[in-house]
Write a protein that binds this ligand. Structure first.
Ligand SMILES: Nc1ncnc2c1ncn2[C@@H]1O[C@H](COP(=O)(O)OP(=O)(O)O)[C@@H](O)[C@H]1O
Ligand SMILES: [Mg+2]
Length: 543
């Protein structure tokens, strides 16, 4: 059986109280009994004294009828059981109990044994020693006291009655009183003590229960609930501070521990989140680098193949071009064939353009780097494209940062990249839209960037992985699919990278990141090449 703390305390206190009170009551009863007995002895002794003194003259006069009458009167009093007069030989010469009168008692009888029981005769024993307690036939307890009637001078000199002087004691007077009053007093006292003990135990247990409940049980229960909460990992609650005692200190310690645990958990969660973010970033980086690697390998092997084919095709193409030009300029040419030869020339030129692109892609010439202004290169590239019909209704927004330092770049190659990007953007907006060019320094990457955004058709998600592949184009025979792959190679050669963000139907943003040389630390930014923001609609070609 599981008892709670408060029940155990109440039980233990009740038991201790019960034992203490029982011992107290027992000792009290004992001493009260002693006192009451002493009182009863004194009372009985006083009766014997009174009888002896009041009947002294009657005895001197040997007025026995009066003497016995007096004893009988006194014997009839309430609280006196029996009075008897015993002479020197042990004969009961008078008793209030008629049946006894004339009986002779031996020295061993309970009355005589008081003085004659020892080796010596006790003439002057104390009242206590002269008393005796015994039980009657009804089971009631009685107290008997014997008082000697001494042979005083008046006795042995009296003329009426003569006792020789040598006798010290003439007889004894024995008074027996019942002890029922003493017992009823003791019983009443015992009952009262019992009641008092029960009352005291009840009161003490109740007040102890109340105090323990308020001062111990409630705080302990709260602490227990709090520890159970902690074990479940719930760290939001705090223990209400109790009184300024040990339990209060315990509650304070619990609260401090909870707060520390909460802080530690928050830190752990923070670390976990940071770790997750770092892992995510690294995974993205690794994926990107893997893609780059695959693409680079693909480009390298493709480059070799393309270089060989382009070289081989270039010579026959030059021949076809030269001879078809000669045929076209021949005045003897049949006018019917003039259109055909023009088609041959146009298509051959297109092939030559493709071959030129292929050679550029395959050439992979190392960049001739020199300190350049990114904003300046962007301006030059824009200058090339904005006169084209494609950009006639395109709004070009330049949002240059003056903080971009001079970079080590091959300006021709980067210009080629930007032209590719601008043309793609122009084609994506389909002749009408906005192209925003932005430059700046990316503090996270520690690199300069140029960002080309358009609000054109966007790139479907499925194509986003393919756009840097050589010959990937969605422009059928109008595109070669080499612009972005060539640009990719160039930017990679510069130690940078191209990121793309696009949503189909909303637009596309290409970000070209380029490294900042050590010497061109951000402390020495290049002077701005253009106003930070300038809106400039493209002029029509040839304007
Ligand atoms: N700004 C852009 N908006 C939408 N699609 C684009 C953009 N730039 C490139 N693309 C897509 O990438 C493909 C490859 O581009 P590119 O390598 O320049 O080849 P091409 O322009 O000859 O098609 C394009 O055909 C087009 O589908
Ligand atoms: Mg292109």
């Amino acid at each position: 059986m599981r008892l709670n703390l408060i029940s155990k305390l109440a039980l233990a206190t009740g038991l201790v109280l019960l034992c203490t009170m029982a011992l107290f009551a027992y000792l009290n009863l004992r001493s009260l009994k002693g006192l009451l007995l002493q009182e009863a002895i004194s009372e009985a002794d006083r009766i014997t004294e009174t009888i002896i003194r009041t009947t002294h003259n009657q005895m001197l006069r040997d007025d026995r009828p009066l003497f016995y009458k007096t004893i009988e009167e006194i014997g009839n009093q309430q609280g006196v059981e029996r009075i008897r007069l015993i002479n020197k030989t042990g004969r009961i010469i008078f008793s209030t109990d008629d049946t006894e009168t004339g009986t002779v008692l031996g020295k061993r009888s309970e009355v005589c044994a008081v003085c004659h029981g020892g080796p010596q005769l006790l003439l002057t024993a104390s009242s206590k020693n002269r008393s005796r307690r015994f039980y009657g036939s009804s089971g009631a307890e009685f107290l008997g006291i014997t008082n000697a009637i001494y042979n005083e001078e008046s006795c042995y000199t009296a003329s009426c009655h003569f006792h020789p002087e040598k006798f010290k004691v003439l007889g004894v007077l024995d008074v027996v009183v019942p002890l029922d009053r003493m017992h009823s007093l003791l019983d009443a006292y015992r009952d009262r003590m019992l009641l008092l003990t029960l009352l005291l135990i009840t009161l003490t247990s109740l007040s102890l229960t109340f105090c323990t409940q308020k001062l111990v049980n409630r705080p302990v229960r709260e602490l227990l609930e709090h520890t159970q909460m902690l074990s479940r990992g719930e760290l939001d609650g705090l223990v209400h501070t109790f009184a300024n005692d040990e339990l209060g200190e315990l509650a304070d310690s619990f609260n401090t521990m909870t707060l520390n645990l909460k802080k530690a958990r928050r830190e752990l969660e923070g670390w976990g989140r940071d770790l997750e973010e770092i892992v995510q970033q690294r995974t993205q980086e690794i994926t990107r680098m893997q893609a780059q690697l695959i693409r680079s390998e693909k480009l390298a092997s493709l480059g070799e193949l393309v270089a060989g084919i382009a070289h081989e095709i270039n010579n026959p193409l030059t021949g076809i071009l030269v001879f078809s030009s000669l045929i076209q300029s021949n005045p003897k040419l049949d006018p019917v064939l003039k259109n055909d030869i023009e088609t041959v020339l146009r298509e051959t030129k297109r092939c030559a353009g493709i071959v030129k692109g292929l050679l550029e892609f395959a050439r992979c010439a190392p960049p001739q780097k020199s300190p350049c202004s990114l904003n300046g290169i962007s301006d030059a590239a824009l200058e090339l494209v904005r006169h084209q019909t494609l950009f006639q209704d395109v709004t070009i927004v330049r949002n240059y940062s003056g903080k971009v330092p001079r970079l080590l770049l091959d300006s021709n190659q980067i210009e080629q990249v930007l032209v590719n990007m601008f043309v793609n953007a122009g084609q994506a907006v389909r002749g009408e839209g906005v192209v925003v060019v932005m430059t700046g320094v990316d503090p996270d990457e520690g690199q300069a960037f140029i960002r080309i955004s358009d609000n054109g058709c966007g790139i479907p998600e499925a194509n986003q992985d393919k756009i840097f592949d050589p010959f990937f184009t969605t422009k059928s025979n109008k595109g070669t699919g080499l612009g972005l792959s060539v640009s990719y190679g160039i930017v990679q050669e510069h130690g940078g990278r191209i990121d793309v963000q696009s949503e189909e139907g909303s637009g596309t943003t290409f970000t070209i990141l380029l490294p900042i040389p050590e010497a061109q630390a951000p402390s020495s930014p290049a002077p701005p090449d253009a106003a930070p923001e300038e809106r400039q609609p493209a002029r029509p070609a040839g304007a």
